[in-house]
Design a protein around this ligand. Structure first.
Ligand SMILES: NC(=O)c1ccc[n+]([C@@H]2O[C@H](COP(=O)([O-])OP(=O)(O)OC[C@H]3O[C@@H](n4cnc5c(N)ncnc54)[C@H](OP(=O)(O)O)[C@@H]3O)[C@@H](O)[C@H]2O)c1
Length: 241
């Protein structure tokens, strides 16, 4: 089977909850072949159970993006199952809202390896075939920490700003291959990334994962010569302080 015979798919990392899960559902609703990854297989199964009510489904490929071997093996499985990755959505991410002196080295390693290296590993895995295929889309779920300085976010800010640097440079390299590199930059969104206390107090003024998912799908569907390189999304009332 040549790459042209494969089913073009949207590979979403971190699709077991929050923004990634909402995006997986929305892509399934518009008829895409959706490939979902996360570490919790039971939550990916729950996603498929929820979609079965709408007679839809996604293709599960569990993966820990913090391990290059795991990412590489998962990508090989995706290809062997007859898919090509037309769109990679680097969404898997973690945070810990702590002061720098309170963050353990393990916590910092986990944040950098998931948010920054995980996204780079996935890009490295899909890139050769995307180039061979004549184009594609890479969407990073970035954060408002790349636009504004927040305290208690040092490792998280380093991971997201590191990814911004990597992809700003990558975007220029990939123009000639017809590969679009897009940063979606959300502010506060009601997901399990925030503690239940913060959600309880602020959920009314935060954005929903479904709202972010709609923008992701809409951005992917834009074709022709236009590319929305950076999309900043904030709650109407602004950031949580
Ligand atoms: N919520 C916000 O306010 C907000 C704002 C700006 C940006 N973001 C970004 O949005 C993205 C999604 O976060 P969310 O808010 O939707 O939070 P979430 O509900 O906690 O979702 C995070 C997802 O990442 C996955 N994940 C974590 N570590 C992983 C790993 N090592 N390998 C594979 N998957 C992993 C989790 O699945 P498993 O645990 O099953 O692996 C989960 O599906 C993140 O990149 C985050 O930085 C969120």
């Amino acid at each position: 089977m040549t790459i042209k015979d494969k089913k073009a798919g949207i590979w979403i990392t971190g699709a077991s909850s929050g923004i990634g899960k909402a995006a997986a559902k929305e892509f399934a609703r518009v008829g895409s072949n959706v490939i979902v990854s996360a570490r919790r297989i039971s939550e990916l199964e729950r996603l498929n159970n929820e979609l079965s009510v709408e007679k839809l489904n996604v293709n599960m490929f569990p993966c820990n993006v913090a391990s290059y071997n795991n990412v590489d093996q998962t990508h090989k499985k995706i290809i062997n199952d007859g898919f090509s990755v037309d769109c990679l959505i680097n969404n898997a991410g973690i945070s810990s809202f702590k002061k720098a002196e309170d963050n353990s080295i393990n916590e910092i390693d986990d944040i950098i390896h998931t948010n920054l290296m995980g996204a780079i590993y996935c890009i490295k895995a899909v890139l050769p075939k995307m180039i061979e295929n004549g184009g594609g889309t890479i969407i990073n779920i970035s954060s408002v920490v790349t636009k504004k300085v927040f305290t208690n976010s040092t490792a998280y800010a380093a991971s997201k700003l590191g990814l911004k640097g990597y992809t700003d440079s990558l975007r220029e390299e990939l123009r000639k291959y017809n590969i679009r590199v897009i940063d979606i930059i959300p502010g506060a969104t009601v997901t399990s990334m925030w503690s239940s206390e913060i959600r309880k107090v602020n959920s009314e003024r935060m954005m929903t994962p479904e709202e972010i998912a709609n923008v992701i799908v809409w951005t992917y569907l834009q074709k022709g010569n236009l590319v929305s390189e950076e999309i900043l999304l904030r709650p109407i009332q602004g950031d949580l302080e």
